[in-house]
Design a protein around this ligand. Sequence first.
Ligand code: HEM
Length: 365
Amino acid sequence: MPDAVREPPADPIAAVTHPDPWPYYRQLRETRPLYFDAGLQLWVASSQAAISEALHHRALTVRPPGEAVPAALQGTPAGQVFARLVRMTDGDFHAAHKPAVVQSAQRWTLSDVADASKAAAADLLPRLGPNELMSTLPVQVMARLLRVPDRQLETTCRQVQAFVQGIAPGAPETAVALASEAAGALMAQGQAEGLDAVMAANRMALMQQSLDATAGLLGHTVLMLRQHPVLADAADRSLAAMRAFVSEVERQQAPIQNTRRFAAQALQLAGQPIGKGQGVLLLLASGNRDPALNPRPDHFDVQRSDRRSLGFGAGAHACPGVAVAIETVAAGVMWTRAGGRFDACFGRLAGFRPLGNARIPVFDN
Ligand code: HEM
């Protein structure tokens, strides 16, 4: 660990799993806020100005031009679902369907979410280790909110996990086949409720989108509660206080460290010419530590009056699940801590999952 800490990450993708990526992000921001990384063959944006401009740029899209669905998924049931997700589409299709997805993701009260999170924690904590718990709890919370019957919760969570694994870049054919099978079953759940194909796909996406991102938020909340015991005691006093703690964790640690955009046509970004088809990696985590976005950005300050975060995206693709994600983590963590089960569950930090965009802690059992 000490050697790895001393050596800066090799590139912005390696930064996601580096023990301390923050000085590297700072150096990028200060010396080359938008540059072309020849090794990654991607433009890299690290300042809040370049990232925000990219997130609001109409010609920067979430998929490469001419490849709406990744080649490995084309012609499969998983690919058919992928093509209908607001997360993966732009233009008229996205504009037509995003409002209904936002409405659907924001139909619950905070107390609905807190109840679902406590119920999921009570079910899962006694039988799962910390890493499996982090991945399963957010999906089960969303499944409960979507009124999946108790007897189907376990299978539904497994199917969502299979879908996520199968649509990941480079997934083997067997994983794609399992994702297609899972997509069929999850689509049938939505269609049985009378949803059309687009809304059924985006209903399952609410469970899918909550998986890695909320697992990361939960894991970092565990780490920061340990690192700041006095603030943790204050957060334990009320759900509102824990919510503020989790919001600051999200800003400061940014579980989704980066996202990508592709130039649908030649364009200018932060004064630089970007060629049609070129990709841009947006370092959301670095943007959150830019003093132009937040004063004293490295400081963990639960009381921040004007907290700003790019960690949930911005612009047309802004995350509609912010409140659900924060409440899921705040209520689940509070319930676990109040019962004295917290320290017994999460062991030592052993590293981070080998992912290129989400920074998700791995704990010893
Ligand atoms: C219950 C939990 C969650 C749900 C239901 C959810 C849902 C979604 C959906 C449907 C989108 C796509 C919106 C669109 O493309 O128009 C999205 C985007 C996004 N979400 Fe979430 N999300 C959740 C948790 C989180 C968490 C915990 C984070 C990070 C801390 C996060 C970060 C993002 C980001 C960065 C985007 C934008 C990606 C981009 O523009 O490239 N989400 N989310």
